[in-house]
Design a protein around this ligand. Sequence first.
Ligand code: ADE
Length: 246
Amino acid sequence: MPLLHIDVLTAVPEIFESPLRSSILKRAQAKGIFTIGIHNLHDYSPNGRIDDYPYGGGAGMVIRIDVVVRALRNLKEKTTYDEIILLTPDGELLTQALLNRLSLCQSLLLIAGHYKGIDDRIRHFVTREISIGDYVLTGGELPALVLIDGLVRLLPGALSDGTSALEDSFQEGLLAPPVYTRPAEFEGLRVPEVLLRGNHQAIQAWREQMRWERTRQRRPDLYAKAQATAPPPGKSVPPSEPGASA
Ligand code: ADE
């Protein structure tokens, strides 16, 4: 049994090919941690036509509700989904906290709209609507891939040995510390001394300090939230107002 199964309903299945055949998404499938089914909406239309003109006029085409619901019911006969998710710019914003929660699911159905969108009645047939940001893309396929990528890397065993998704940016609401590799000096830019000395306790403390420092400088909004739950290391009270010296 995989840890997570995802089915995707899309009018453009080819968009998913390369990302699913590369890197961590490919390896997670090879390890059996994650399985995915990409389903072409065109296969659920009697005449292969999935869209029609919008009622009330206007430019662009709208994906028909009967086609999407036929596909959805067909898939639901085979799988019980924990969530049926519509990718749409007017959905709930995707965050690390939402990814963490969804990564505990066993099976998800993602619906990616395309063209002008799906007939609005689709909202009666989904359990959740997700947006990946306040901008509009040509369809829900790339947002679905963003969601899939963000979920799969959280599954135990998906990342290479010794790497933990818990050390990411945004876990605990903080950004990740900087990383370096050889050479120790490049064009006058030196790797911080503490990382070269091999004192693991000092390295851990430095990394923790950098997470707070980076977050304060770059994302005062996140810093304020993180301070409210856990003060920075070595401080029993918050050191400054968020963004005060950013
Ligand atoms: N479809 C088009 N733009 C989108 C976005 N920002 N998030 C989710 N789905 C979308």
